[in-house]
Design a protein around this ligand. Structure first.
Ligand code: ATP
Length: 433
């Protein structure tokens, strides 16, 4: 075990997302000292601090803080929350607590974790956890670069502890698991490792490939639940920089992870998925983005595998139904009018429609335009305006609004006046019939 003294104050000031938290940490520090329980920072916050200060890498401030206590965390938090305004939001089965703190009228979330030992009893199953000391807590971690800790309270206040050469691997830019069974125990670590490699531009250590080989041999990825696979892939989308998405997917593909997890991903789709996600960033909500992203990865010949990505049987049926629906029209696609196409698009929920744009590239450009433009075009006159003009029947109002929208999309009318003229013509024609 190597130890290094660091400037605690400078560390805190560098990592804290907001200066107010400094006061809070001093209170937590004093309490842990009084209780003789070691409190320390672990994980990303320490890794990123070193990358930033020692290796001058450009790193964003951490979004979440992981504070670990070697001791009775529940008790500790109860005492802490008598001194600071806040509440425990969530307690997990892994002895971790999400805590909300109120400081100067603002709210902050902090993850408190019990120093623990993990025991893996089944391949790719969640571990059993037991409170333990900081050494066991270091040894349960995913990669050496994430094993560094910085003490906030005695006996290692202001000390960086490097139990297993994490600092050297950080320096060399190596993604190295702690032991060769690491991915058999928890295959989600493979996806985590890919994220770190791509995010920091690091390399996989030889041990990464050896651990991967062991994982493949034991078919551990096949045993990983669909929910956990989908969660890991969602992090590619939600936690990593947008411009890295393609590299994340390609790295996953070339390491054969999709195949081993029972997912037939199609490499040729990655570009289009990426393109659509960035083109339509402002057009989709987060759920739609996630679902489209996952569906878009699949080879449309093997859609059953959507089940391995957390889709339900019902959703799978819907995907197939929509594929069959659009297929009926594809033969005539060239000859169809824009309006006819829009009417088809409107019948398909957004994330399915986007997936169709991946599976059938001939509709891609029109789908993009549909989301960015056509979907938003509406007549200026509203249903109420039409009522005021003396049109009473709901069905007729719907028909006229549709007509106005169509003419606007086709570029045939542009103003409210033109809309009114069109309505007059429509009504005249109707009375003639
Ligand atoms: P970032 O938030 O920048 O992605 P992080 O390292 O803080 O990085 P978290 O997911 O917040 O990532 O995890 C915190 C720490 O918990 C990690 O640094 C790692 O040491 C440990 N950890 C998380 N998931 C696992 C896992 N599946 N197996 C082992 N250790 C893990």
């Amino acid at each position: 075990m190597e130890i290094f003294e660091i400037e605690l104050e400078s560390f805190l000031k560098t990592i804290l997302p907001i200066p107010e938290l400094y006061e809070f940490l001093l209170i937590a520090q004093n309490l842990s000292k009084k209780r003789s329980e070691f409190l320390y920072f672990a994980g990303g916050v320490v890794r990123d601090y070193l990358l930033k200060t020692l290796y001058k890498k450009k790193i964003e401030k951490p979004k979440d803080l992981d504070l670990v206590l070697q001791g009775n965390l529940k008790n500790f938090l109860e005492e802490l929350l008598k001194k600071v305004k806040g509440e425990i939001l969530f307690e997990s089965q892994f002895l971790t607590y999400k805590v909300k703190i109120y400081l100067n009228g603002k709210e902050f979330l902090i993850d408190f974790i019990t120093a623990r030992k993990e025991i893996y009893e089944g391949i790719a199953k969640l571990p059993k956890v037991f409170p333990s000391d900081f050494k066991d807590d270091i040894l349960r971690r995913d990669f050496t670069i994430n094993t560094l800790i910085i003490g906030l309270s005695p006996p290692y206040k202001g000390i960086l502890i490097d139990l297993i050469n994490g600092k050297k691997d950080l320096e060399r830019g190596l993604i190295k698991p702690l032991h060769l069974n690491s991915f058999v125990d928890d295959p989600t670590r493979i996806f985590r490792g890919i994220r770190y490699k791509v995010r920091f531009g690091f390399k996989f250590a030889e041990e990464f490939f050896l651990a991967l080989e062991k994982c493949f041999k034991k078919e551990a990825l096949k045993k990983l639940s669909a929910t956990r696979i989908a969660n890991e892939l969602r992090l590619y989308l939600n936690k990593e920089p947008e411009e890295k998405l393609k590299e994340l997917l390609e790295t996953t593909f070339y390491l054969n992870i999709f195949e081993e997890a029972g997912i037939k991903a199609k490499k040729e789709n990655f570009n289009s998925v990426n393109e659509l996600l960035s083109e339509l960033k402002d057009e989709l909500n987060i759920k739609e983005r996630e679902k489209f992203f996952l569906l878009g990865l699949l080879n449309s010949q093997f859609l059953e595998q959507a089940l391995r990505l957390g889709f339900t049987e019902f959703e799978l049926k819907e995907i197939k139904k929509n594929i069959n629906f659009i297929k009926k029209y594809l033969k005539y696609w060239e000859k169809m009018s824009l309006w006819e196409k829009i009417k088809i698009f409107e019948k398909i929920p957004p994330f399915y429609l986007l997936a169709l744009a991946i599976y059938f590239p001939e509709i891609k450009e029109e789908v993009i335009k549909y989301f960015k433009e056509y979907r938003k075009i509406k007549s200026e006159l509203t249903g109420n305006d039409l009522k005021n003009l003396g049109i009473k029947k709901g069905k007729e109002i719907g028909k006229i609004l549709d007509l106005l929208r169509r003419k606007r999309i086709e570029g045939k009318i542009k103003t409210k006046e033109e809309e009114k003229n069109l309505i007059i013509q429509f009504l005249l024609k109707k009375s003639e019939n």
